[in-house]
Write a protein that binds this ligand. Structure first.
Ligand SMILES: Nc1nc2c(ncn2[C@@H]2O[C@H](COP(=O)(O)OP(=O)(O)O)[C@@H](O)[C@H]2O)c(=O)[nH]1
Ligand SMILES: Nc1ncnc2c1ncn2[C@@H]1O[C@H](COP(=O)(O)OP(=O)(O)O)[C@@H](O)[C@H]1O
Length: 212
């Protein structure tokens, strides 16, 4: 079956949204699936349908979500109809979700065979600098996001993703496009074991930040 659902995951601040925008600039058939979230908008064009907790739980009760997740005290969910409508047009759906989200998608009978997954990572000091430059977080919420990344990196390091890329050279979108167009020469930058080491490094970095 054709892989027409691209999942992009990675710790907060690694550059997922940036790579996603680049992918959509380069291909008219790649379309991002808009998730619902209860978090507040950042005002930088972040790609979500922003809804209240009440609305989110109502949607959940009515079975609207393929999967949902709580991240840093906010809920996120993939709307089945939003995803279906992209695929029905013959387009490729792009999903930004965490590793729990990918695991839920891989368990979904309707979509599981269509997924190709990419995990992006970077050194914790790089992630920290990017989150600071993004100006979207308070020092507390920045640390909370980096701490969420520790467990996400650890689970991702169990070999769940098709490709793991270091997002440090500005060629990530190009590599994803190459993979999706069948270029078999593109390899992961890191093994799952090496990725789990990034979880340990991110934990050490967060522990040091908390002591400062
Ligand atoms: N499971 C799941 N995760 C999501 C969904 N939408 C976004 N996420 C993840 O939620 C986390 C927080 O996303 P966001 O608030 O945009 O923060 P950012 O990663 O700091 O830009 C990231 O790991 C996203 O990949 C979704 O619908 N389902
Ligand atoms: N390859 C890169 N090099 C330098 N800065 C980057 C790169 N990718 C993203 N950034 C910057 O890092 C910050 C976080 O990127 P963003 O795409 O919001 O990450 P995410 O969606 O993974 O949380 C943004 O300010 C973005 O401009």
């Amino acid at each position: 079956m054709k892989k027409n659902i691209i999942v992009i995951s990675g710790p907060s601040g690694v550059g997922k949204s940036t790579v996603i925008k680049e992918l959509m600039k380069r291909s008219f058939v790649i379309e991002q699936s808009m998730s619902d979230t209860t978090r507040s908008p950042r005002g930088n064009g972040d790609f979500y349908r922003f809804i209240s907790r009440k609305q989110f739980f109502n949607n959940l009760k009515n079975g609207l979500y393929v999967e949902y997740n709580c991240y840093s005290d906010n809920y996120y969910g993939i709307n089945r109809e939003v995803l279906r409508s992209i695929l029905q047009k013959g387009h490729i759906a792009l999903i930004d979700c965490n590793t729990a989200g990918l695991l839920h998608l891989l368990a979904d009978k309707e979509f599981q065979k269509q997924i190709i997954s990419f995990y992006l990572t970077a050194k914790p000091e790089v992630i920290y600098a990017r989150l600071q430059n993004r100006n979207s977080e308070t020092p507390e919420s920045l640390l909370a996001r980096m701490e969420e990344g520790i467990s996400d990196l650890a689970v991702a390091g169990k070999g769940i993703y098709d490709f793991i890329f270091l997002n440090d050279r500005g060629d990530t979108a190009e590599k994803i496009l190459q993979v999706c167009s069948g270029n078999l020469h593109i390899k992961s930058d890191l093994s799952p074991l090496e990725l789990s080491d990034f979880s340990i490094r991110q934990k050490e970095f967060c522990d040091k930040l908390k002591k400062e």
